[in-house]
Design a protein around this ligand. Structure first.
Ligand code: BG6
Length: 501
């Protein structure tokens, strides 16, 4: 989906040269996502010839060693083990350079300043793929060293704080140097093709919008299930947990796109205004109500795909005992005219039986059912938007099973698989997002008020968990989470969607 550039924003064509400075330039995110995504963009001829990528990180590294590291990362994460295209690699590797420096020290910026100084007119992107406590000091130093051109962009990776107060502190610190229009806060879910398709489905077709409300929709489920555990990230994760790590950002963003009003256009503020309204309309869950409407869980040892996996507390880098949740389920409600009384069930967890992210919109059953042979209550129509893997859209409905004799009805699905229909490999979310940063298109990035509204809602849940000592219930790795999560939806007479594709 090509997002138009808002008229108020400076148009930046990808043909314009750019300098992208990646802080944390040899860290995990850079190696797994950013550098391979930039390589892919180059392979697709989307980067201008005069585009440079300057990796910055603590510690020295020779140019050759850095180039080798990037090559290995691209082979591992971009071409999945296959050799890189030699022409593309030759072009891409010429863009790369590495500078060892401590971004928190104003005195360390000499080499970087030297590299940037002759290119004032070039689009300048500072990508902070670092710990969030470095965001403020790095932005301050960029300002102090006069590196922030009027058109420069600052990209921030999550976590944007661990609660509203810390998020505000970050936003204020970077806001002292960069204008809000220059700040690109990443939620990589917004870069996923299928998440963007959610808006296309809703707003480019006339079929859904008239039905998209409390009159016709019974409830909505948003699931982000992962098979991976926390091994290797325990220190970060044990401070965060599933609510902060996944719900505050990814699940709430998906919820916003599912529930928002049609924006007047695709320009950044029109879309973000509508998303903020959803976040502000979320019923604030507090005290006992929050405890009743949420379930926390933590995985114990189990098996996934027949392979034994350790429990959260037995991960190799685990440090002692912890009650941190690796699973969360929430019954949320949106208090507005469109959605009053329609529950939105959210769930996400690590070490679940399959990797699967989807949105399920369940419609109400017909008010009067004339096929008694089928049973008293027909199954509901369900629109299932599969975000990953096997990206696609499915619509479940009743059909007559062909044949004479007794009328037989069967639940069947209209099935649109992206892979079969478009015959293309789905690009990684970072490719779209990096391109949008260079082009100056902020629609798919979070505005400060969105981030803060999302924290306000999650903080209220976190506070009540703490006050009421809501425990993380154990679940076996490879199961669908604690039984209390099943009870959460079943006590409303509903069930979690199970993939029957
Ligand atoms: C990240 C979380 O933001 O998203 C991880 O920190 C999580 O814990 C990841 O695994 C999931 O992203 P994706 O694209 O694999 O669904």
């Amino acid at each position: 989906m090509e997002m138009p550039t808002p008229s108020t924003q400076r148009t930046t064509l990808i043909s314009e040269p750019f300098d992208m400075v990646v802080f944390g330039g040899r860290g995990d995110l850079a190696k797994r996502k950013l550098l391979p995504a930039l390589y892919e963009l180059d392979r697709d001829n989307r980067l201008p010839p005069d585009g440079r990528i300057i990796a910055v990180s603590r510690g020295d590294m020779s140019h050759e060693a850095f180039i080798k590291l990037v090559e290995e990362s691209c082979v591992e994460f971009s071409t999945k083990g296959k050799p890189l295209d030699s022409n593309v690699w030759a072009r891409f590797s010429r863009r790369l350079s590495y500078t060892g420096m401590d971004a928190t020290s104003p005195d360390a910026y000499g080499a970087l300043t030297g590299m940037l100084k002759d290119r004032q007119a070039v689009v300048r992107v500072f990508y902070l793929a670092t710990a969030p406590d470095l965001f403020g000091p790095t932005a301050a130093n960029l300002g102090r060293k006069d590196l922030v051109t009027p058109d420069a962009r600052l990209v921030l990776e999550k976590p944007l704080g661990h609660d509203l107060a810390s998020s505000r502190a970050i936003n204020e610190a970077v806001g002292a140097v960069f204008a809000e229009r220059q700040i690109y806060r990443i939620d990589h879910y917004l870069g996923k093709e299928t998440v963007q398709n959610l808006m296309v489905l809703r707003f480019a077709n006339s079929l859904f919008e008239p039905l998209w409300n409390r009159t016709h929709i019974d409830h909505v489920q948003i699931t982000v299930a992962e098979t991976v555990g926390i091994g290797g990230r325990w220190s970060y994760y044990d401070q965060a947990g599933a609510l902060r790590d996944m719900v505050q950002n990814h699940l709430l963003q998906v919820l916003c796109l599912t529930a928002m009003e049609p924006p007047i256009s695709l320009d950044a503020d029109s879309v973000r205004d509508e998303k903020v309204k959803v976040l502000k309309s979320l019923n604030m869950l507090a005290g006992q109500e929050a405890a009743n409407a949420t379930v926390r869980g933590q995985y114990r040892a189990g098996a996934i795909d027949g392979r034994p996996v350790p429990g959260y507390l037995d991960e190799t880098d685990a440090k002692g005992t912890s009650d941190r949740e690796t699973y969360v389920a929430i019954r949320a409600e949106i208090d507005n005219w469109r959605w009053a009384g329609v529950p939105f069930y959210l769930r996400t967890g690590k070490r679940l039986p399959q990797r699967c992210s989807e949105i399920v919109v369940q419609f109400k059953t017909p008010p009067h059912f004339i096929y008694p042979s089928y049973g008293a209550v027909p199954p509901s129509n369900r629109l299932i938007m599969r975000l990953q893997p096997n990206e696609g859209v499915r619509f479940q409905m009743l059909n007559k099973r062909p044949g004479p004799g007794e009328l037989r009805l069967q639940q069947t699905a209209l099935n649109l698989s992206f892979a079969d229909t478009f015959g293309t490999v789905i690009p990684d979310a970072y490719e779209r997002l990096l391109l949008d940063v260079i082009r100056g298109r902020p629609t798919l990035f979070m505005r400060v008020d969105e981030v803060e509204a999302a924290w306000r809602w999650t903080d209220s849940i976190l506070d009540s968990w703490q006050q009421l000592n809501v425990p993380a219930r154990p679940y076996t790795a490879g199961s669908w989470g604690p039984s209390a999560a099943i009870a959460l939806i079943e006590r409303d007479g509903r069930t979690w969607h199970e993939d029957d594709a």
